[in-house]
Design a protein around this ligand. Sequence first.
Ligand SMILES: C[S@@+](CC[C@H](N)C(=O)[O-])C[C@H]1O[C@@H](n2cnc3c(N)ncnc32)[C@H](O)[C@@H]1O
Length: 380
Amino acid sequence: MGSRANGAAAGKVTSTSNGSATVDKDVDFANYFCTYAFLYHQKEMLSDRVRMDAYYNSVFNNKHHFIGKTVLDVGTGSGILAIWSAQAGARKVYAVEATKMAEHARELVKANNLQDVVEVIEGSIEDITLPEKVDVIISEWMGYFLLRESMFDSVICARDRWLKPTGVMYPSHARMWLAPIRSGLADHKMSDYEGCMDDWHGFVNETKSYYGVDMSVLTKPFSEEQKKYYLQNSLWNNLHPNQVVGTTAILKEIDCLTVSVEDILKVEATVSSTIIKEDTRLCGFGGWFDVHFKGRKENPAECEVELTTAPSINDGTHWGQQVFLLHPAVRVNEGNEILVNFSMSRSEENHRLMNVDLGYEIKLSSGKTLPPVRNKFYIE
Ligand SMILES: C[S@@+](CC[C@H](N)C(=O)[O-])C[C@H]1O[C@@H](n2cnc3c(N)ncnc32)[C@H](O)[C@@H]1O
């Protein structure tokens, strides 16, 4: 199971203007940030070797970006990225953390004898003030399927306020990917849903015979509620590459130096994929992301590093992939074309969670096109 911040009840949006949200900060703090205040949770991220190796290599193989420079670590957590930046030769590192984890970070910095370089600041990046602009912004802001948690908004805010015009972003680029998959999970989830409805019908019968109240008028809303829970929530999964049955497609490319919050409020793409397996089942779609550390055009990385969360036979990441299951699955064959209309936007109730509209159309090798299908999913 993945282990990113719980956002399920976080940050109720109190009003919206121009597509961007005004958030109730107290609710957001109580529900979103609180997860990050636990060492237990920081340790899970610190134990993700793929994530750690990528950030470590990006810093230590590109020391020219750090030696004698000023760095801002947005959301320092335990302080790990700030500590590496200092060890790579930074002159000054501002390590900003919204939660009480800042106290642990301060201790860790001192225990590693870097207190003269790293200054830990407890506060939201949106609210704090720095005495100077910085050469580098480093941050690990990526949520499930890249944008869940909406933490990138805070990095953009930091960039616009504190990055020098010549500054470098770590990571510098990000991409979202989608591919058709096969998975036994679709059948499991459908049988969980059916079992739950069987149980409901038994409950309705018993309530009528024992207590004289007919509950059957609630069958439809109960079924809708449970359908959403079992069939429409996207699932965390560590897919094996063999489960990917078609070519992969890029849904979104982000240049971290120039992107605006407006650009990431909604991700919309029409992409196509060709089935690459003979006689298989299309059970859904898998979504994942990668980020790159390339520096900037005028000041490139000496060694570019990629952090990918794609299906892998080796160690997966704690992000895994997000799986959007189809009910029912569809029989497909090598060479069939799938045209996907994808749209992802923020939940109106909670800006850190996402709603996905996923429409698809299958063109068979005979040239015949199957009727289009549209599905709604929730990344919660
Ligand atoms: C995914 S964790 C990464 C922690 C650490 N940088 C690492 O790589 O292990 C993100 C951290 O950013 C913090 N954070 C998120 N939004 C923030 C904001 N607006 N201001 C300050 N800290 C924030 C969270 O509390 C959390 O500790």
